[in-house]
Design a protein around this ligand. Structure first.
Ligand code: PBG
Length: 323
């Protein structure tokens, strides 16, 4: 049966009808808000290519977290800009490191908020790579111990979830073992399982001061053309003990989000990354796009593709619009 018997427009007649048959709900509870922690106090410095995103000291981070909590956002993810960098990213393990102190400050403020930490070396190494360098290459196995120590120090400081984003092989298993062996068997791992080597991380590297000083990340992050390999990466991370998996970036990889969702029975996250954010900001500023409309459409599209939750710099604004 087709037209005139079938008339799909019948169900689009009113707001109530459209809402009744809506297939994809976007809620504030689906959003995670990323934050950049720097040393000092009362620091709040806007990132040039990311209007509305700031590098902030722990005291300001707590204020931002309080606002996020008030808006109903369920969690934040923390990235650290350490005081000092070296070849092995030692500052990422320090008990009084930037992220560790920020976690404690957020915990101290008793906020009803999940604190997720990004576990990686690139923000802490002087060469800007996500692993240690041996013979001019990013060395996989020697990096695992540092990453697991870093995850453990985040857990000790009070992180609710650790999220390794380095793309070293075997890191989920190494982190799981380290956490389990030290009394943190109940801290979940959100693995950046399918993380592509993307030009859309550009503004983030300025925000996190993590530009690789030589070469690029193609020997560890994934080739944008590969989909089967993403499913393999996810399967391996789950075997190693990941509780949730992430696809990153989001928009050029919505097919991957969908395939991961269909293939595995675990929560799937998508990272709506810095470059995706700044495109919307720039176009809106020029009056070329209606910001509110496209942000809600983008986030809804990521949900429709299969993401249970989305890491996005739009989180606070979106939460206001969704009220
Ligand atoms: C660290 C990391 C990156 C992002 C999240 N964690 C950058 C990178 O791999 O260079 C990117 C986030 C964004 O662009 O918003 N490894």
């Amino acid at each position: 049966m087709t037209f005139p018997v079938q008339r799909p427009r019948r169900l689009r007649k009113s707001e109530l009808l459209r809402d009744l048959v809506c297939e994809t709900r976007l809620g504030t509870k689906n959003l995670i808000y990323p934050l950049f922690v720097c040393p000092g106090s009362s620091v709040r410095k806007e990132v040039a290519a990311m209007p509305g995103v700031f590098q902030q000291s722990a005291d300001r981070i707590v204020e931002d977290c309080r606002e996020a909590e008030d808006l109903g956002i369920p969690g934040v993810i923390l990235f650290g800009l350490p005081e000092s960098k070296d070849a092995r990213g030692a500052s990422s393990l320090a008990q009084n490191g930037v992220v560790q102190r920020a976690i404690e400050a957020i915990r101290g403020a008793k906020l009803h908020l999940l604190v997720i930490t990004d576990v990686c070396l690139c923000e802490y190494t002087d060469h800007g790579h996500c692993g240690v360098i041996e013979n001019g290459e990013v060395a996989n196995d020697p990096t695992l111990e540092i990453l697991s120590e870093q995850a453990l120090s985040h857990a000790r400081a009070g992180a609710d979830i650790v999220a390794p984003s380095d793309m070293m092989d075997g890191r989920v298993g190494a982190i799981r073992g380290k956490l389990d062996g030290n009394g943190f068997a109940d801290v979940p791992i959100l693995s950046y399982a399918a993380k592509y080597c993307s030009g859309f991380y550009g503004p983030f590297r300025e925000a996190a001061d993590s530009v690789p000083q030589f070469g690029d990340r193609r020997s560890y992050q994934m080739d944008p053309g590969n989909a089967r390999e993403a499913l393999k990466e996810v399967a391996l991370d789950l075997e190693e003990g990941a509780d949730m998996v992430m696809v990153k970036p989001a928009l050029p990889y919505l097919d991957i989000v969908r395939q991961v969702k269909d293939e595995f029975r675990v929560p799937v996250a998508a990272y709506n990354v810095s470059g995706e954010y700044c495109m919307v900001k720039a176009a809106s500023k020029n009056g070329w796009l209606d910001e509110k409309r496209v942000v809600i459409e983008i986030l809804t599209g990521i949900r429709r593709a299969g993401a249970d939750f989305i890491l996005t710099y739009h989180a606070k604004e979106a939460a206001r619009w969704l009220k």
